[in-house]
Ligand binder design. Structure first.
Ligand code: CA
Length: 407
């Protein structure tokens, strides 16, 4: 595929990618868009020029502040819109309406692309679960259920924010080491969690589970996700009902939703599962994705240090298994729901996806490029997560999700 538009060779947003997002062009009016290189295809303008047929219908659809109604039309429609944009970008010469439809990506502010109804966070990396288990329960790191089901919890959607939104250091109850009485304090252990998340694109009625082999029909696309965590608050509160205020002060997502279809060339088999999953979780074929991930910390006024390199392929439980398990009891998913993977840690210490693991609970401080050390995040630190798939010169990337810790 060749486009008349100049797209940098190393761009995450290649002609094969074409992810969906919502941008504000500066006049406070949201518009749906597709990223291509350093530009955005303004889908409302493309609709107005008749690219998708039914001008008024599509123009109105792409002037909405979120993509939910568009996604709810289903893959035949969303894939057709993507294909029409691809064809338009691959016309033999620059079309006359190019100027009216293209927007400079650097000139706009990206918005949260979907209205997220429910948010679920899984715990699907065996390396992460084992590492955290060793620190919180040295005698019993991986609990007996972990290899049988994709462990997860219901999180909170109201505090999910888009790339670039600052994160305020939370206050809460903390039990100081060796003490029996908790104190009220600002968290001293604010951390990131390297995750990916997927957006639900199709509903299942209450009471009707989604079979694992059909699960991917319900996945619209993927984003990068930082599940900010306050470890000291989490440690005191999590027994017996799990994560709460140590998690819901903020989670950040990347603004461009990469459709599952764009990741087709990068699908791989997951790790061998032992014991063999129960029938309702049993899948065949390449259900994982080979997506390279990195996390960098950038101190206030400083330069970035990459502190972690990982890969989505390390996940033990696949998205299809997460979705099948989530609905096996009849729980209904709705368009715009977000299901996150859990921290994606790899097998080596430089691939651990949180500071909790990288600094091993604070025992092994990291040294950044400016010589400063970190066990957990300081005020002014920005965390940047990037992700991309790359194979034989074909690149499909996610851009980045960035957030800065503020006092
Ligand atoms: Ca998490």
């Amino acid at each position: 595929m060749k486009t008349w538009l100049s797209v940098p060779a190393d761009s995450d947003f290649s002609i094969q990618n074409l992810p969906f997002g919502v941008f504000d062009a500066g006049n406070g009016q949201p518009r749906a868009g597709i990223a291509i290189g350093n530009h955005i295809v303004n889908l409302a303008a493309a609709a107005e020029s008749g690219l998708f047929g039914k001008r008024r219908f599509f123009k109105k659809l792409f002037e909405q502040p979120v993509l939910n109604d568009f996604i709810a039309l289903g893959k035949p429609v969303t894939n057709r819109v993507r294909r029409k944009v691809q064809e338009w970008l691959c016309l033999p010469q620059t079309p006359e309406n190019a100027e009216a439809i293209l927007v400079e990506r650097g000139a706009v502010r990206m918005l949260l692309p979907v209205r997220i109804g429910d948010y679920t966070d899984f715990y699907s990396s065996i390396e992460h679960a084992t590492n955290v288990g060793k620190m919180f329960r040295p005698d019993n790191p991986l609990l007996p259920n972990w290899r049988w089901l994709p462990v997860g919890y219901h999180g909170r959607s109201s505090s999910i924010v888009v790339d670039g939104t600052p994160i305020r250091r939370p206050h809460g109850q903390i039990l100081p080491k060796g003490e029996e009485i908790p104190v009220f304090s600002s968290s001293r252990q604010v951390d990131f969690e390297l995750e990916m998340a997927f957006v639900i694109g199709k509903e299942n009625p209450l009471g009707q589970p989604v079979p694992v082999e059909k699960a991917e029909e319900y996945i619209f696309g993927l984003v990068l996700f930082n599940d900010w965590s306050a470890r000291d608050i989490q440690r005191w509160e999590y027994v017996p009902l799990g994560p709460f205020l140590g998690k819901n002060f903020g989670s950040s997502m990347s603004p461009w939703i990469v459709p599952l279809e764009a990741l087709k060339p990068f699908r791989v088999k997951g790790p061998k599962q032992n014991p063999a999953p129960m029938d309702y979780l049993r899948t065949t074929g390449a259900r994982n994705c080979d997506i390279e991930l990195e996390v960098a910390i950038q101190p206030e006024n400083g330069s970035e240090t990459v502190v972690c390199r990982s890969n989505t392929r390390y996940l033990y439980w696949s998205m299809a298994q997460q979705l099948a398990h989530h609905t096996v009891n009849g729980c209904n998913l709705r368009v715009g729901d977000l299901l996150a993977s859990g921290t994606i840690s790899g097998p080596t210490p430089d691939s651990f996806g949180s500071l909790l693991e990288l600094s091993w609970g604070g025992q092994k401080p990291l040294t950044l490029r400016d010589g400063s050390i970190r066990t957990f995040l300081l005020d002014g630190d920005s965390v940047v997560i990037r992700g991309w798939a790359n194979q034989d010169g074909l690149r499909v990337g996610f851009g980045a999700v960035r957030g800065k810790v503020e006092p």
